[in-house]
Design a protein around this ligand. Sequence first.
Ligand SMILES: [Zn+2]
Length: 106
Amino acid sequence: MTGAVVHPLDVVHHQASGQLAVRWSNGLQASLSSHALRCACRCAACEKLRRAGLGPTTSTDIRLMDLHSVGELGLQLCFDDGHDRGIYPWPYLHELSLTPHSGTRS
Ligand SMILES: [Zn+2]
């Protein structure tokens, strides 16, 4: 099974809690919080902050507002602080699913 591409079978955005629930093809069930997702954003602006050692700083009551699928690539997530440029490729979301609470990665 190694090397097999894991893909999402089901993605549910829970508006009330801001959780993004993903069921993966390898059986993994993940629930990603808005805060974890926002902290893990890899858009140019967030990467710039990260390189400056500032990390993406965000309050814990951040809410995921909306999501758009980006073809086969992954998801574009829109947060209620107006931050809506982050593209989350599926492999990256799967990685986050395995480490749901790691806001910062080195
Ligand atoms: Zn970002």
